[in-house]
Design a protein around this ligand. Sequence first.
Ligand code: HEM
Length: 109
Amino acid sequence: MSIVKINVLTVPDDQRETLEKRFAARAGTVESSDGFEWFELLRPTEGTDTYLVYTRWRTEEDFQNWMSGRGQAAHSGGGSADADRPKPAATDSTLWSFEVVQQAGPPQS
Ligand code: HEM
């Protein structure tokens, strides 16, 4: 079964729009990465003030390959000088790792 990697981002209220805009302009490297299965940016509505970057992968190795390769590029501003990088919208981040034990979806019609 697949594995899930969630990046938990602490985002001050006044930085939410900035964060979402940055994701709207994200590099799009995950979609074409080997073993990539799903991505969602989850905005909190109740119970927490952290955004979740949900990603699902075929194997741990697929995720590590993305992180050390194109994922790094996706976080470095596409090669332009790091000095040009805007201040991060998130004030903190934590990586959560899971294995999918069970899953279900609606019946396929
Ligand atoms: C220091 C920790 C991290 C911070 C603050 C952070 C923040 C961000 C931000 C602001 C973006 C939007 C694009 C940009 O402006 O760079 C982004 C893209 C992304 N991040 Fe992170 N990130 C971090 C680490 C991670 C980790 C560990 C994962 C693993 C789940 C992850 C998954 C993603 C994905 C899937 C994208 C979209 C990339 C694409 O479309 O190519 N991030 N991240």
